[in-house]
Ligand binder design. Structure first.
Ligand SMILES: C[S@@+](CC[C@H](N)C(=O)[O-])C[C@H]1O[C@@H](n2cnc3c(N)ncnc32)[C@H](O)[C@@H]1O
Length: 296
């Protein structure tokens, strides 16, 4: 839960909240202006969680935790209302993990994120092995391979996937099982909205010589690359914003290459503006602004 990095004032939902431990940690992090919703289908768990919540609220001096009875395949939570979805060791218990992921996407606000720890396996568990008692007892039958998990998230429109943690892997019945924590964001996607080129260039700030993003854009360090509106919006948000500078260049001629400083084609860059850190946005009146003396 601490790795999820809940911030003051955020709304957090915990899927399969059990007796509420992660909800109580989240309550401390979001503070009195935040909100935490635990969803679980088991009455006994919810009863204990309610009892603990009285004690936790008394200790914190505020109560921002609410437990709701429901299934994670049909979350009792409004659309686009949540900053952070967390879950620990629950998704693998669902027979409909793709439905759960769609539900997570529905309740997250644009820019919101999930941080989920779950059991994964090195290859698909064969149908015949699903009856194996040891696998069942250790909650391993529902584990899915990491690459399938990633492609399911990406096919639903989650981007910015990052692995935050990983446990030691264990060999059971010929399979290797482990637990990983993944973070992913609900972000604008050019694959979903299509590409409209409204005049934006992105500069990758390093540290690698070049990177390819999940939508197959190639970025060379310090080199302006024209991007469409959805990609520009995405690169301005976490988790990309620390590594990219996005310039608005309404006059950008689609077919023409950019100047070295990220200015519109034909603009002569002063030497100081040819590095990424020196290249200002057009609207700031810097080297890319036609009113600026350096561009005259
Ligand atoms: C292994 S416990 C994990 C509890 C808690 N997340 C933790 O880390 O302590 C699994 C919890 O998920 C709940 N659960 C399992 N499948 C569920 C589903 N489909 N919908 C809602 N809750 C579910 C169970 O009732 C149980 O409380």
């Amino acid at each position: 839960m601490l790795k999820a990095g809940a911030q003051a004032g955020e709304t957090v939902v915990d899927l399969g909240s059990g007796v509420g431990i992660d909800c109580f940690v989240a309550a401390r992090l979001v503070g009195p202006t935040g909100k935490v919703i635990g969803v679980d289908m088991t009455d006994a768990m919810l009863e204990r969680a309610h009892e603990f919540n009285q004690e936790v609220a008394a200790e914190l001096g505020y109560n921002v935790v609410e437990f709701r009875k429901g299934v994670i395949e049909q979350l009792p939570v409004e659309d686009n209302s949540v900053d952070l979805v967390i879950s620990n060791c629950v998704l693998n218990l669902s027979l409909h993990q793709d439905v759960v992921m769609k539900e997570i996407h529905r309740i997250l606000r644009p820019g919101g994120r999930l941080v989920i720890s779950d059991i994964v396996v090195d290859r698909e568990v064969a149908e015949a092995d699903r009856a194996n008692e040891q696998l069942w007892a250790e909650c391993y039958t529902g584990a899915i391979p990491v690459n399938k998990l990633v492609s399911t998230y990406e096919s639903l429109g989650f981007l910015g996937l990052t692995q935050l943690d990983e446990s030691t892997w264990e060999k059971v019945a010929g399979y290797h099982f482990g637990s990983i924590t993944l973070r992913a964001y609900k972000l604008p996607s050019s694959k979903v909205s299509g590409c409209v080129y409204g005049g934006h260039a992105a500069i990758y700030l390093g540290p690698y010589a070049s990177v390819k993003d999940e939508e197959d854009h190639d970025f060379v360090r310090f080199t302006p690359t024209e991007v469409c509106d959805a990609t520009a919006a995405r690169l301005r948000m976490a988790p990309y914003s620390d590594n990219f500078m996005v310039l608005d260049l309404p006059a950008l001629a689609k077919a023409a290459p950019l100047s070295a400083c990220g200015c519109a084609p034909g603009v002569v860059c002063p030497p100081a503006a040819t590095t990424a850190t020196a290249a200002p946005a057009a609207s700031t009146g810097g080297c890319c602004d036609n009113q600026s003396s350096c561009c005259a």
